[in-house]
Design a binder for this molecule. Sequence first.
Ligand SMILES: Nc1ncnc2c1ncn2[C@@H]1O[C@H](COP(=O)(O)OP(=O)(O)O)[C@@H](O)[C@H]1O
Ligand SMILES: [Mg+2]
Length: 249
Amino acid sequence: MSHHLVECREVSFTYPDGTPALRDISFRITHGEAVAVIGANGAGKSTLLLHLAGVLLPQSGTVRVGDVLVDSSHLDEVRRTVGFVFQNPDDQLFMPTVFEDVAFGPRNLGIPEDQLENRVLEALRSVGADHVRDRAPYHLSGGEKRAVSIATVLALQPKILVLDEPAANLDPVNRRKVIRLLTQFSHTRILATHDLDLALDVCDRVLILHQGRITADGNAETILRDENILRQNGLELPLRFQGPMLPKD
Ligand SMILES: Nc1ncnc2c1ncn2[C@@H]1O[C@H](COP(=O)(O)OP(=O)(O)O)[C@@H](O)[C@H]1O
Ligand SMILES: [Mg+2]
């Protein structure tokens, strides 16, 4: 069964203004894996994730999600399978209240109204955002928006979760909540993150992107302890491997 497989084969993508963002990307992620995509700013992480969700389509090469080729004729299927959390919550939230935003997707899938409230509250609770259910999303803080945008996707109960910077702007308590949630999610998880400690807590595998190419793909702990590989790719060791910050004199 290749049901929950995510696969890129020789994927390249250049933005319309001529900026090359992905060059010859190939990998295969199987069911239940948790994979962190890391790399410096501009490395291509968001562009790659947008391809996995069918928001962008490859200019060359192929992307497969489960048994489905990601192309313009299969976008409904891809979006039912892949829950995608955008880097910028303002791209995700558009309804007048948080509740309506989280209810929007499940309602579209035909979830009966009497189950809807539970589904929405459960999703909001799991990211610590149930207290903002009646607020307007555009008035929330950055961290609250991030939590709600994750809830909009969890409420759809997707088979594959793809998250772009899921912990950005979260306070330590809610960051830990998101880590716990991602650790408990039993299906495939793919996340782009600058937070290498989170990558270490959640992921078994790491892909490093550098200038649109994959420069490392392997065991998370091995890669995240390798100061040379990290440095060559514009990254630093996770905080927990950096040792105490001692005064120099
Ligand atoms: N809409 C866009 N138009 C033109 N270039 C873009 C656009 N979005 C991103 N880029 C460029 O593509 C490259 C990869 O960007 P991105 O995927 O956002 O990287 P990351 O998420 O790793 O920071 C960068 O050089 C960035 O400037
Ligand atoms: Mg990005």
